[in-house]
Write a protein that binds this ligand. Structure first.
Ligand code: CA
Length: 224
């Protein structure tokens, strides 16, 4: 997770950088609006933290310029003035969230996480294999144009196989991805779910998608 902080007060910037680095964010700081804008435009970021009162170019103008150029990176505005008007101004400029100073680091982290999560969801993509399509955000699944209703485990199993892009996925990997167990429960759990998924995806189709690779696991690849 790459984060750009545009904040002119060195103490606040250092505090933020330290706290966020500790949370495994990769953090870069810019100390004025001009260099912040340049940084935001020339590199890829997962989110931006932008102070409003900045030298050279204020935070609102930075965000407006980015949005006008079609940049959709999530932005949280920070400001010493927590009044409603400025909050509205910040959101109008294209910020996704607004945090008045002083704020609790835990709140910033919570908002940052939810923002990044929303952004990931917004970037939904459709995975297609033969005539099967799967939407990674809505989980809508279709086979030969017809909608397939899957339970949440079945959905996770299908996604796990799709993400392997035709490679074999072992039972152990399926268990850790779909059930989040780090041990093999020693049951036929996986086989039961694979059978259910096959019933819904492959039944009555000339081309089957879910293949058993004896002794190794399963793979999703079209087979006549
Ligand atoms: Ca400032």
């Amino acid at each position: 997770m790459r984060l750009l902080i545009i904040e002119d007060e060195p103490k606040t910037a250092a505090l933020l950088r330290d706290a966020l680095t500790e949370q495994e964010f990769e953090v870069v700081c810019a100390y004025d609006g001009e260099s912040g804008l340049a940084c935001a435009q020339t590199q890829a970021w997962d989110a931006l933290l932008v102070d409003i009162m900045l030298p050279k170019r204020d935070g609102l103008s930075v965000v407006r310029t980015l949005r006008a150029a079609g940049q959709v990176t999530p932005v949280i505005m920070l400001s010493a003035r927590g009044d409603v008007e400025q909050r509205i101004e910040g959101l109008d400029a294209g910020a996704d969230d607004y945090l008045p100073k002083p704020f609790a680091m835990s709140e910033l982290l919570a908002r940052l996480r939810s923002l990044v999560r929303r952004n990931v969801q917004a970037k939904s993509t459709r995975i297609t294999v033969a005539d099967l399509s799967f939407d990674t955000a809505t989980h809508e699944t279709r086979r030969a144009g017809k909608r397939v209703e899957l339970s949440s485990r079945e959905t996770r199993l299908l996604e796990c196989l799709l993400r392997a892009e035709g490679r074999v996925v072992s039972r152990r990997d399926i268990i850790s991805t779909v059930w989040e167990y780090d041990f093999d429960p020693g049951t036929n759990l996986v086989d039961v779910y694979v059978r259910r998924l096959r019933e819904k995806i492959d039944r009555d189709q000339t081309t089957t998608l879910i293949q058993t690779v004896r002794g190794l696991g399963y793979k999703l690849r079209p087979q006549l």
